[in-house]
Design a protein around this ligand. Structure first.
Ligand code: SF4
Length: 205
C-alpha cells in the first residue's frame, strides 16, 4: 500500500513538472545522419522573420521537441518536399529584388540541415556578397554551437544574425521582437565571432 502511494506521488510530481525541450550532448545530433534535405515551406517577401523584407526558407527536421513549438509538423525530417536547384534559383531571384533585405533560415532546425543551408548561403554570398543579410533561428544556443560539428560552425560563419535557444513555454512572451520566449537571444554573429562571446544585435533604426 505504501509502495502504491509513493508511485502515485511520483506520477503526480511528474505531471506537475514543466515539460522541457531535449538537450543534446555536443555533436550528438548530426545533419549527416538526420537531414533528408526536405523543405517545409518557402515564404518570399515577408515582414516577420527578421528585419526588413525577407525571403524565408523553412527546412524540415528538428530534434529539440520544444513543448509549444510554433511549427510542430516541421520537426519531422521527412516532412515537405525536396530542396531543388529550381527552388534555389527562385530564392536567389527573389533576393535580387531591391526591396528585399535578406534571407532567413528557420524550420525545423537549420543547423541539422546544413547540407541545404550551406549550399544556399554560399550561393547568396557568391551572388550578392554582403548586400543581402542572412538570419537564422536555431534551437541550439550560441555556447552549444561553439562545441558543435564543423558543418554547424561553418554555417554560423555565414550568418549576420542568429536567434538562439529552445522555445521555453515557462518563458513565453508574445511581446518580444522576433522571439517566442525570453531565454532566446538575437545575436550579432560577426561581432560575436570576433569577440568570442555572444554580442546582442541591435536594430540600426
Ligand atoms: S527548436 Fe524550434 S523548431 Fe525545434 S522544436 Fe523547438 S521551437 Fe520547434
Amino acid at each position: 500500500m505504501i509502495e502504491v502511494k509513493m508511485k502515485c506521488k511520483d506520477l503526480q510530481a511528474r505531471a506537475k513538472a514543466p515539460r522541457l525541450p531535449r538537450n543534446p550532448e555536443p555533436k550528438e545530433w548530426l545533419a549527416s545522419n538526420l537531414s533528408q534535405q526536405k523543405i517545409a515551406d518557402y515564404k518570399p517577401f515577408n515582414f516577420v522573420d527578421g528585419e526588413g523584407v525577407r525571403c524565408s526558407l523553412y527546412v524540415s527536421g528538428c530534434k529539440f521537441s520544444c513543448p509549444g513549438c510554433y511549427n510542430k509538423v516541421a520537426q519531422n525530417f521527412n516532412y515537405g518536399y525536396d530542396y531543388t536547384k529550381a527552388l534555389e534559383d527562385q530564392i536567389i531571384a527573389d533576393l535580387g529584388q531591391s526591396y528585399v533585405q535578406g534571407l532567413t533560415l528557420l524550420g525545423g532546425e537549420p543547423f541539422l540541415n546544413t547540407q541545404v543551408c550551406l549550399q544556399l548561403v554560399k550561393r547568396v554570398r557568391a551572388e550578392y556578397g554582403h548586400q543581402k543579410d542572412i538570419w537564422s533561428w536555431s534551437g541550439y544556443t550560441w555556447e552549444e554551437l561553439q562545441k558543435e560539428s564543423a558543418d554547424k560552425l561553418e554555417l554560423l560563419s555565414y550568418l549576420d544574425v542568429l536567434v538562439d535557444g529552445r522555445f521555453l513555454e515557462a518563458q513565453k512572451d508574445l511581446t518580444l521582437q522576433f522571439r517566442g520566449s525570453a531565454n532566446q537571444r538575437i545575436i550579432a554573429v560577426p561581432a560575436s565571432l570576433k569577440a568570442r562571446q555572444p554580442i546582442l544585435w541591435q536594430a540600426e533604426f
